[in-house]
Design a binder for this molecule. Structure first.
Ligand code: SF4
Length: 296
């Protein structure tokens, strides 16, 4: 453990795989902050820190942790910053922390829209190696119902641009997002978008309701009926069946998931499908997490 001199604007979120990264907050909150299922930054009004304050944070961090190797840029979408500003931040980081090997950030697809491939490539070369992107679904109707501000086409275009620039992506799809009515189209169209993107990392998590299902239903501009466990398993099965991936590391091991699935797709596709089918056929025999077993 170390004493981090940076004063954070709480709450702070980061992906599980950034547990050992130093977190900096050049931005506070999420510039979109409208998705129906998301309460992460509801308490924060989006703002960009001044460069002076960002550099002071970096100075403080570098004086305590000069050997930092990984940096995660918060909050919800630091990639919204313009190319020039991001370059200045990354260059300053590189000047202060000589052993830095990876900079990563959350992003939303529209953050890449106004950046050219060349600009993204220069960020990648300077150290921005990985972006975490919540795609949530590949279905246009559902994207509208959750107010994501994206379409399948816009997400594919942005993510392909990042890939062309050499920036790796870790993308997320939400199991159960459309409830019973939209489940088939959610599974199929999400797989289509993922196939077009060919991300390096893919994960799924299960829709949760921190303020209750009624709160979500009010924000969801459609007909939402929560999926039960079998519905979630069927949806996951359909999603994975439709994936055609060259080499994507897949994880479904977030705390919200009922059945832990891990593998490389498509290499391990049949194994994952068999595991899901076993759970569908005999959920009481499957190695489901305890809290889900209670819901059988
Ligand atoms: S873009 Fe991401 S962080 Fe922002 S509201 Fe949507 S899900 Fe939440």
């Amino acid at each position: 453990m170390f004493s981090n001199p940076i004063k954070y604007d709480e709450p702070v979120f980061r992906p599980p795989s950034e547990a050992y990264s130093l977190i900096l907050q050049p931005t506070i909150g999420c510039s979109w902050n409208r998705c129906a299922f998301c309460e992460m930054y509801a308490s924060k009004k989006f703002r960009v820190k001044s460069e002076k304050d960002i550099f002071l944070d970096i100075d403080d961090a570098a004086s305590y942790l000069p050997d930092t190797r990984k940096i995660f840029l918060g909050d919800g979408n630091a990639m919204v910053l313009g190319h020039e500003k991001l370059m200045r931040i990354i260059n300053y980081l590189n000047g202060k922390m000589k052993r830095l090997s990876r900079i990563s950030a959350y992003a939303i697809p529209k953050d890449m829209k106004d950046k050219s491939v060349e600009e993204l490539r220069s960020l990648q070369k300077a150290g921005l190696k990985l972006i975490y992107v919540g795609l949530e679904t590949g279905d246009d109707g559902l994207l509208e119902m959750i107010d994501k501000g994206e379409t399948a086409k816009s997400m594919i275009a942005s993510m392909q641009k990042a890939k062309e620039a050499g920036i790796k992506s870790s993308v997320m799809i939400i199991n159960g997002l459309g409830g019973r009515r939209y489940s088939p189209q959610h599974a199929e169209n999400s797989a289509k978008v993922i196939n077009a993107i060919q991300p390096e990392y893919l994960s799924t998590l299960v829709l949760s309701f921190p303020y209750g299902v009624g709160h979500f239903q009010q924000r969801f501009a459609g007909d939402f009926e929560e999926l039960n466990l079998l519905g979630l398993l069927h949806e996951q099965h359909s999603f994975i069946s439709n994936l055609e991936l060259e080499s994507t590391i897949f994880r479904s091991d977030h705390a919200s998931n009922y059945l832990v699935l891990k593998g490389i797709l498509n290499r391990d596709k049949q194994l994952l499908l068999d595991k899901l089918q076993s759970a569908i056929d005999a959920p009481e025999m499957a190695n489901l997490r305890q809290e889900w077993q209670r819901g059988l």
